[in-house]
Design a protein around this ligand. Structure first.
Ligand code: ADP
Length: 359
């Protein structure tokens, strides 16, 4: 029942009036005792009515708010009773506000807990990743120092291995610095107009040896881009980092003796960049997760091949900072394509035609 305070007041007034009029009508001439009795009954009736109204209106609602607070403490929002006999608006609003606030706070706490768990997981991953090259370098160096190694060739071999482990460590620390800066949002993209086709050709030269080791052929599509320019507006160094990661992965995880194709296809306002390999592919359940920090499908193989496990996470951040998204399409046994878009420069406004002065 939804009674307003005005209705209740009118009801009380009518009831009091009714009681008094009944007495006046039934006994127009009352002696003192009867008048006192009538007074007593009226007072009792009024008291009961007013008391019950207050009880229903205020105390019951307030008790309900307390019950609500108790439930909030126990995180049982839903168990709050909604069956109010009376529902004065300010109290209802207050109760709803408290509930709303509690739910919001609860969500914030859940989010903070999730972030804390992620941070803990990240720290555990970082220390694990750092330990691997440190222990390797330590092991090789101690073997050289402790053993009576007369063989120069062997000593050289161990020192080279220690140096390689330290190079891995250096790359990992650099990637960690990059990703933490990208996540903090302190890295600004220095957008400029540059020739993307030329950048890909440069990267092909840089990775040529690595590709040759796995007998992988690097191809640029369409082939006209070997001579023609293709302009985009982006941060050249950062996009270079993304392309190196993607092409390097395509060589590493692609088929030995296979092909890696980088295609740059022009659309109206953007250039679609795709790096395709014909390797083993990525099973569906891993496809979204490969962009997570340190996520590797084949843990041992990926780490052996020298990757920090941060390449795709960094690439995703860089591509998103260019207001684009990086997508993966892959079929097991067929190959993998990673793609994103970059904006083309806006066409220069056509200069207004200047008519030659008449002679
Ligand atoms: P990593 O340093 O391990 O290469 P990345 O972040 O670059 O780290 O890649 C994450 C994981 O995604 C890799 O360990 C690999 O398992 C998988 N991956 C990336 N690119 C490919 C690809 N082209 N084909 C198959 N798997 C890939």
């Amino acid at each position: 029942m939804n009674l307003s305070s005005r209705t209740i007041a009118i009801l009380i007034a009518l009831l009091v009036g009714g009681v008094l009029s009944t007495f006046a009508w039934v006994a127009p001439t009352l002696d003192f005792q009867q008048a006192a009795l009538a007074m007593g009954i009226t007072v009792a009736a009024c008291f009961l009515l007013v008391y019950l109204s207050f009880e229903a209106l205020l105390f019951r609602e307030i008790n309900n708010i307390y019950a609500g607070l108790e439930n909030i403490k126990r995180k049982e929002f839903r168990r709050l009773s909604n069956k109010f006999l009376f529902r004065p608006e300010p109290l209802k609003r207050m109760r709803d506000e408290i509930l709303d606030m509690a739910e919001r706070k609860e969500r914030e706490i859940e989010e903070l807990k999730r972030l804390q768990a992620l941070r803990r997981e990240f720290l555990a991953d970082v220390s694990h990743e750092l330990k691997t090259p440190i222990f390797a370098a330590q092991g090789f160096l101690h073997t050289v120092l402790d053993g009576d190694m007369d063989d120069d060739f062997l000593r050289q071999k161990f020192l080279t291995k220690a140096a390689t482990s330290l190079d891995t460590l250096d790359a990992l620390v650099q990637d960690l610095v990059t990703i933490s800066q990208l996540e903090k949002g302190v890295v600004r993209m220095r957008k400029q107009r540059f020739n993307l086709a030329e950048l890909v050709r440069e990267i092909f030269e840089q990775l040529e040896q690595k590709a040759a080791q796995r007998h992988v052929v690097l191809q640029l599509f369409p082939p006209t881009l070997h001579t023609e320019p293709l302009l985009v507006v982006a941060d050249r160094n950062r996009i270079r980092q993304v392309l190196i990661n993607l092409i390097d992965n395509a060589i590493k995880y692609g088929k030995e003796g296979g092909h890696v194709v980088v295609s740059l296809v022009e659309a109206q306002k953007v250039v679609r960049v795709a790096v395709r390999d014909d390797g083993a592919g990525i099973p569906k359940q891993h496809q979204n997760r490969i962009f997570e920090r340190f996520y590797r499908i084949d843990k041992s193989r990926s780490r052996d091949s020298g990757g920090s496990g941060l390449g795709l996470a960094i690439s995703k951040h860089i591509v998103e900072a260019h207001k684009s998204v990086i997508r993966v399409r892959s079929e097991v046994g067929v190959g993998t394509t990673l793609e994103f878009k970059l904006p083309k420069p806006r066409p220069a406004k056509e200069a207004p035609e200047v008519s030659a002065p008449e002679a």
